[in-house]
Design a protein around this ligand. Structure first.
Ligand SMILES: Nc1ncnc2c1ncn2[C@@H]1O[C@H](COP(=O)(O)OP(=O)(O)O)[C@@H](O)[C@H]1O
Ligand SMILES: [Mg+2]
Length: 376
């Protein structure tokens, strides 16, 4: 029997739960060509949500074309154009012949070279004269608008891990270029999503930045225990096993409702369960997960400065006033003026997140490991 619960890949169909409101909002934006910016820490379910909303929109209307681009491995502007152009061509033309013709017609000046990967389907790689592209990127940036206008088709271009553009050589110039063209597109809307809330906010919510007021900003929250519990119970019973409401709640408590970890712990607990999942099983599965991660967590902790580690210790001890003289001395945080620097370093390393002015651990397992194994 295949184990229910997935993690580390897109959750869809029976593995996807809740998110009704967010999904409806995305579908609405897609259907009415409103740009969307979706922000949450990694592994909270952005990619799964967008995929879900894309499918729902497709079911309602065949008119809209979706191009999905993942910037996960994209490090340069050139690569961006390559992925962008390829994704748009791929979603516009299903026949190889059409695709080659159109690439020639729309991107002719860059002498594009298309190589198809062997096997069925039309997966292909685009190579272009990158010197030319760098001189005239507009033709590429405007590609979906051109194709859309010619064919009378609307496009939604979804770009995952959008925060990666901040690592390009000239991120601000690049953003200005994109924004200048994208805002004139009438056939195309964009769904830009990424983690690193901090950086995404800087790009999309500061008045001095090119992408200010570009679209509807959606902050994705974790999934609430009330939604997880019936989901976990259903997935257990669909495979002939049982879990009580209290035990299901324990899974969400240990993992702090973190979507990836809820699924991972549920899966491990499911494996250990013969017929009825108990609190003991869940606790053991959780201890195992923390153990498995300990090497990684040790390396992570070793890479932090002393004051950063001390700050995490203060967090775990329930400190509220980090910059009070007593706290600074008791926990060894340097000087009160140092606190802001410690915080922003931990935020940019994605170890903590500031929620309403209060620091929170992003990784519930790291938090558990620190308090049980490291500071003990
Ligand atoms: N709506 C959901 N229902 C159930 N599990 C989910 C949901 N969204 C995310 N998950 C869990 O979280 C994991 C990470 O989701 P993903 O969409 O890849 O997050 P992100 O793109 O924000 O990094 C998934 O593999 C799955 O285990
Ligand atoms: Mg993702």
């Amino acid at each position: 029997m295949e184990a229910p619960f997935v993690f580390g890949r897109i959750a869809s169909a029976e593995n996807f739960t809740d998110r009704d409101e967010e999904s409806a909002r995305l579908v609405r934006n897609f259907s009415s060509s409103v740009n969307t910016i979706l922000i949450s820490p990694r592994r909270w379910g952005k990619s799964s949500l967008v995929e879900h909303a894309v499918r729902s929109t497709r079911r309602m209307s065949k008119e809209i074309r979706f191009s999905q681009i993942d910037l996960n491995n994209v490090r340069t502007e050139e690569q961006f154009y390559e992925y962008y152009a390829a994704a748009i061509l791929r979603s516009s033309f299903s026949k190889a012949r059409e695709l080659i013709d159109s690439a020639g017609r729309f991107l002719g000046r860059f002498v594009p070279n298309i190589s198809f990967s062997p096997g069925p389907g039309t997966d292909f790689r685009l190579s272009m004269d990158w010197k030319e592209v760098a001189k005239y990127p507009d033709d590429i940036i405007n590609l979906p608008e051109k194709i859309g206008t010619e064919r009378g088709r609307k496009f939604v271009v979804c770009i995952d891990e959008f925060q990666n553009i901040s690592g390009f050589e000239k991120p601000l110039d690049f953003q200005k270029k994109l924004r200048a063209h994208w805002q004139r597109h009438t056939m195309v809307s964009y769904c830009l999503y990424g983690s690193k809330r901090h950086m995404m906010m800087e790009v999309f919510a500061s008045p001095s930045m090119p992408f200010y007021k570009f679209g509807d900003i959606v902050f994705l929250e974790k999934i609430r225990a009330e939604d997880w519990i019936p989901f976990l119970r259903k997935r257990f019973s669909a495979t002939g096993k049982k879990i009580g409401a209290e035990e299901a709640r324990l899974i969400t408590e240990l993992t702090d409702c973190h979507p990836y970890y809820v699924q991972q712990l549920a899966r491990q607990s499911w494996f250990r369960t013969e017929s009825i999942c108990t609190g003991e099983i869940i606790q053991m599965a959780f201890d195992d997960l923390v153990m498995q991660m300990s090497m990684l967590f040790q390396n992570l902790t070793d890479s932090l400065s002393n004051t950063q580690v001390n700050y995490l210790n203060a967090m775990l001890s329930g400190v509220q006033q980090f910059s009070s003289q007593d706290t600074v001395i008791q926990y060894g945080l340097g000087t009160p003026g140092n606190i802001i620097r410690i915080r922003s370093a931990l935020v940019s390393r994605e170890i903590i997140d500031m929620v309403e002015g209060k620091p929170q651990f992003l990784d519930p397992l790291f938090k558990a490991w620190l308090s049980r194994n490291y500071f003990n």
